[in-house]
Design a protein around this ligand. Sequence first.
Ligand SMILES: Cc1cc2nc3c(=O)[nH]c(=O)nc-3n(C[C@H](O)[C@H](O)[C@H](O)COP(=O)(O)O)c2cc1C
Length: 153
Amino acid sequence: MANVAILVGSVYGGATLVAEEVQSALENHGHKAELIDEPEASALAREDIDIWLVCTSTTGAGDLPEDLVDLHAELVNAPPRIQSLRYAVIALGDSSYGDTFCGGGKQMDAVLSDIGGEQLSEPLILDAIETVTPEEDAVPWAVELVEAASQNS
Ligand SMILES: Cc1cc2nc3c(=O)[nH]c(=O)nc-3n(C[C@H](O)[C@H](O)[C@H](O)COP(=O)(O)O)c2cc1C
């Protein structure tokens, strides 16, 4: 059993829906999972969380949704002291945006690695051009990741 926290960044609700589906699938598999909106960096020092998932879309030109902007800035400017932070990112985007495709998710992946986090997987990239049901890809990916990581902890 793993205790999972899911940090959500969404503008129009798509990433929130994916995060909620992942949360409920993880709970159905016997894990604990909570969604955190507008997290503060200090939350990442919590020792009761085994795995951090970030589920975020991209807005503007490769930018993070408002929900995660302050967290990202805090992690860059004043990262919290962390003992261990195992994480993975689910990145929603649209490849028609070209170079900024999934820029928000990529920014979160990079900053969590920079502060010493352990990346459990490359980000899951979900392209709005390819799927209108991103949760159908995200749910099995997240369940498999959490099951594997909780066996190796
Ligand atoms: C104004 C706007 C700007 C966007 N900019 C980007 C972008 O730079 N890169 C990208 O990959 N997707 C971009 N997208 C696509 C969204 O990330 C994608 O549609 C996502 O599924 C939206 O999720 P949400 O409902 O959680 O906000 C943009 C969408 C909008 C409406």
